[in-house]
Write a protein that binds this ligand. Structure first.
Ligand SMILES: Cc1ncc(COP(=O)(O)O)c(C=O)c1O
Length: 391
């Protein structure tokens, strides 16, 4: 059999590799603690589960959904954007459901990029900012996120030739994997850049509801002019512990929303109506749930930062996201440190370079395990470093 060459354009999906390693160890009877994947350990809010149960039992939800989404879903999103961000969204043409942010990211690339267009993608970054454009036949121009710039892109360093051919820019704040937040000047600068170079901006806002210390992450769409140049992808996965449900949306520029809809009518038949109605419950009845989750992650963040500091590992406490971006100890690469903690401590962390080359020197720790397991992981990492130091 011959398969499409495009499958060879991207490395094996990071988390597929991690899952394989975890399974291998677990099969050998080893108790592995995975801090590798950002998959919340706690359940979806009860109000959402109950609404889903109710809606699943209604025959009206059993037929084909529409790709545009239910009016009540789109109105709930518009009301949420109004209350949370002060952003006006027209439920008629400025919002559409997507089957998880990941699907949204990948397919927006298909809707916005022709072969030989350039896509500006931050790295380290969420892997579909790379795979989506490559599968669409486009070229990538990476935007390295460096610590000295607060993990924001240096737009001045992008060559004119890349800007001239670029048609799409991905951005993501609060950021995965670095945990960085957007400085005030960033989004206005992005709107100016997009206007000057005719770029479509896709801001991936998967983490705005997981934030700490009084910080309230903004929506890109709050920025004057943002809706003229782009859209935002918002996911219920992290804030509402709904990674398994596959619910997100694209909101903002109506031409981008419409182009995505045109593409998607040829690929699938929309989101299960019952799921959209459960999402409405998340945005209304369970509206305050992410604040409760944020408090849990804040406690875990502080616990982990303290444990890391005690063994000499440097990390600044993130103001948002359930991730800590940790510099590896002197003498290690990201990969050798990941290997050490996997083999000696049976703890899985994500090596920085798996999010892009500028991730070298860092690993990402996800706070999506119970406090006791986090403490145990920190203890094990400490003893693996001690063993290594005396070896
Ligand atoms: C930056 C970013 N965008 C999107 C997603 C995907 O979210 P979803 O579960 O909605 O596909 C993730 C998940 O880890 C993410 O980190």
């Amino acid at each position: 059999m011959k398969f499409a060459a495009r499958l060879g354009l991207v490395p094996p999906y990071l988390f597929a590799e991690l899952e394989r390693k975890i399974e291998e160890k677990s099969k050998a009877g080893i108790d592995v603690i995975s801090l590798g994947i950002g998959d919340p350990d706690l359940p979806t809010p009860a109000a959402v589960v109950e609404e889903m149960q109710r809606q699943v039992a209604r025959p009206e939800t059993h037929r084909y959904p529409s790709n545009r989404g239910l009016g009540s879903f789109r109105e709930a999103v518009a009301a949420f954007y109004g209350e949370r961000f002060g952003v006006e969204i027209d439920p008629e043409g400025e919002v559409i459901p997507v089957l998880g942010g990941k699907e949204g990211v990948a397919h927006i690339a298909f809707a916005c990029l022709d072969p030989h267009d350039v896509c500006l993608s931050p790295e380290p970054g969420y892997p579909p900012y790379t795979s989506g454009p490559l599968f669409a036949g486009a070229e990538l121009h990476y935007l390295p996120l460096r610590e000295e710039l607060g993990f924001t892109p240096d737009f001045d360093a992008v060559p004119d030739e890349a800007l001239a051919r670029a048609n799409l820019l991905f951005l993501n704040y609060p950021n995965n994997p670095t945990g960085a937040i957007a400085p005030d000047a960033l989004f206005p600068r992005v709107v100016d850049l997009a206007r000057a170079h005719d770029l479509i901006v896709v801001h991936d806002n998967s983490y705005s509801e997981i934030a700490f210390d009084g910080y309230r992450p903004p929506s890109f769409l709050e920025t004057p002019g943002a809706k003229d140049v782009g859209v935002e992808i918002f996911s219920l996965s992290k804030g509402w512990n709904m990674t398994g449900w596959r619910i997100a949306w694209v909101a903002g520029n109506s031409d981008v929303v419409e182009s995505y809809r045109r593409l998607k009518t040829n690929l699938d038949s929309g989101m299960f109506d019952a799921l959209q109605l459960a999402a409405v419950a998340a945005l209304t009845t369970a509206r305050d749930f992410p604040a409760e989750m944020s408090e849990i992650y804040r406690r875990r963040r502080d616990l982990m930062i303290e444990s890391l500091a005690a063994i000499g590992l440097r990390a600044s406490p993130p103001k948002a996201t359930p991730y800590i971006w940790v510099r590896v100890p002197e003498g290690y690469t990201a990969e050798s440190f990941t290997e050490l903690v996997l083999e000696e401590a049976a703890v899985v962390v994500s090596p920085g370079p798996s999010f892009g080359p500028s991730g070298e020197g860092f690993v990402r720790i996800s706070l999506t395990v119970a406090d006791e397991r986090l403490e145990e992981a920190a203890r094990r990492i400490a003893s693996s470093l001690r063993v290594e130091a005396t070896a």
